[in-house]
Design a protein around this ligand. Sequence first.
Ligand code: ADP
Ligand code: MG
Ligand code: ZN
Length: 575
Amino acid sequence: MQTISQAAYSEFLQQVTSQQVAQVTIKPDRIEYSLKSEFGGQRYYTVSDRIQPNLANLLRSNAIAFIDERVSAGSVLGLLLSMGAMAGALVWLAKFSEAGGGISGLMGIGKSKAKVYSQGKTGMKFSDVAGVDEAKQELQEVVDFLKNGEKYRKIGAKIPKGVLLVGPPGTGKTLLAKAVAGEAGVPFLSMSGSEFVELYVGVGASRVRDLFQQAKRQAPCIIFIDELDAIGKSRGNSNFGGNDEREQTLNQLLTEMDGFDGNEGVILLAATNRPEILDPALRRPGRFDRQVLVDRPDKIGREAILKVHSRSVRLGEDVDLSAIAVQTAGFSGADLANLVNEAALMAARQNRPSVLMADFKEAIERVIAGLEKRSRVLSPLERQTVAYHEVGHALVGALMPGSSKVSKISIVPRGLGALGYTLQTPEEDRFLMLEDELRGRVTTLLGGRAAEEIVFGQVSSGASDDIQKATALAERAVTQYGMGETLGPIAFETQQAQFLEGGSTRRAISAEVASEIDRLIKQMIDRAYDYAVAILRHNRTLLESTTQILLETEVLEGEQLQAILKQVQAPESLV
Ligand code: ADP
Ligand code: MG
Ligand code: ZN
């Protein structure tokens, strides 16, 4: 489960115009964005369709904060683009000042927009955060600095200035920062990195100055800079233009950090899910000298988070939170919060007084099944194709090594565009994948397509998502995990974002190596596909009978499904 989901361009536009979008980053090849909290908050989406040239204007006219990373292209084209952006900015400013009351709207532009919460009014306590005990322990110390600063000053100890929270999206970084302020009972000045950087040169820097001035007046207090990467990106690797503003802002931040002392009672917290792109200067001693990892929760953590979020929800007697925790490996805290809410909505829709286990099951499936994408209206032949396809995944998956067990097949179309799906639930949290498991996973992914080919002699477009995933997995095996036989353990690709999907760069390689990589990927896919075909040919009767059952019942699960999966036999030639 990723907290980063793919979204269609049309869906994104619709969310923009209906004011659901909080922040947008336009990358050369994709758009990354998050939604406002009331629309599911803190989930990140990427859109990789072709980006329309007038997107920046559209965002501006909807007053959505965005960063355009295409502008630094370092060419004449880049210059033209940024001039276009300035023209757009003027239009936007005119609009803005009309709404904001003329001149005063303009004057306020250098002031920080920090949200200030007074004395512990963030309303959050450590008890609202679960599953990240180590991070809490480290931050407990910060709370103590703020509460009992005198104790440390007397003894002559230097209080750390800055604590950086790093981890994947939705794991509770923002929540933790608020909880620190809540526990310490001090004011909390919070601002998001992207709010500093606007189109006017100098605005970001003056906002930083203003923020620190406010903080010094209110000490002891906490300054919290969320999404630090928006301003803290490494300097000096942009060719020209476009990024001056961000660099100035960052320089100002560094200057301010040097200009105060933790012993004055101001502590700086910041959060990011892209620590690897931060300017190294930010991590020097005397700046963010502490880093706290806020990671995805393990099983026990997930149960604890579910408990926190179901405090205010009426749970039925059959609800077993620890069983739900088992089935939600990979979910972040935000996913779990969302899950509890989905389940509650489900129960409310059916006018039931409490939330039942069945609601949770349904909600989990919604989240997971949203991942496989195809289009929608089903003819009888399509329905048949989908059924064979899913049974193909399931039968192949049953033979593959690893800890994921096929627990459900369904051809009931799902809201998010999946026509059918096969649910594999992990039996335990996994942190490592063995080579044969990886190959097994590729094979399982290709099982759907293999079934279509065997039965119909031709294939459909429905397997595109499977094929993409299988290819990506095979590519990582060769270029990152060193599983390519002839190339060995050399990393040809480095992951740029530790906590986010995608975004890897290939190191400089020769043409021969490049074609060897392609050959190995193809070989891995071909072998997996041949294996999937062989398994399904060998179990052809079972494939037919299971598909017939599925077409009638639409859903196969539990003992009935397990009894079928037990009958799958490995083809002799390959054992
Ligand atoms: P991040 O800043 O790491 O992206 P947030 O702190 O914004 O994540 O989390 C979003 C929401 O998800 C929170 O408001 C909370 O409801 C829920 N959540 C996330 N992590 C946790 C956690 N560890 N414990 C309890 N709730 C969490
Ligand atoms: Mg956050
Ligand atoms: Zn499939």
